[in-house]
Design a protein around this ligand. Structure first.
Ligand SMILES: [Fe+2]
Ligand SMILES: [Fe+2]
Length: 184
């Protein structure tokens, strides 16, 4: 019996060693932490766009960006949980003040598209770091973000396309605004 226990404790010790090997590399942990903060910054930018649209009596655009801001916070939360599962913790950076208003609707949407492209490049950078480090667990975790970025870029581009189609037509803008209210 005593022998069994000794055997078990050696097995447990070895398991612990394996767990330690799976810890996040500092470079990976730092990159995930930076991404965590970028998601919060994204939320702040989109919440500011929402405020601008609500203020300009465009509730559909406002609601769409408000939901987008919530999604960005959910992305941050996802990274927070993953880092936590790996036995690390996240650290909060200061949030830069977002722009308050955009002179044209399409300018806000173009800025959102540009921001999403920047986030996509940032996620790709994380995937590259995970590959370099042979951290396949983190690479697999990041796959969800890679797919999500494709969807986010395309949904913003869709709104840009619609705005370009209607140009300065108030009726067209009104209809887009109504349609954006339907976002789940
Ligand atoms: Fe995001
Ligand atoms: Fe996003």
């Amino acid at each position: 019996m005593a022998k069994m226990l000794q055997h078990e404790s050696i097995a447990m010790f070895m398991e612990c060693g394996e767990i330690n090997n799976m810890k996040l590399d500092k470079k990976m942990a730092d990159a995930l932490n930076a991404q965590f903060n970028k998601e919060i910054v994204s939320a702040s930018i989109y919440a500011s766009m929402a405020a601008d649209f609500f203020g300009k009596n465009l509730p559909g655009f406002g609601m769409w960006f408000q939901k987008q801001a919530k999604e960005e916070l959910a992305h941050a939360e996802k990274i927070h949980r993953y880092v936590d599962e790996k036995g690390e913790r996240v650290f909060y950076d200061a949030i830069p003040k977002p722009q308050d208003s955009w002179s044209k609707i399409i300018e806000a949407l173009q800025a959102a598209k540009k921001h999403e492209e920047y986030i996509t490049a940032s996620i790709y950078g994380l995937v590259e770091t995970a590959r370099e480090l042979k951290d396949y667990g983190t690479e697999s975790f990041l796959k969800w973000f890679v797919d999500e970025q494709v969807e986010e870029e395309s949904s913003v581009q869709n709104i840009i396309d619609q705005l370009e189609m209607v140009g300065d037509s108030n009726m067209g803008i009104f209809q887009i605004d109504r349609a954006l209210m339907q976002r789940k």
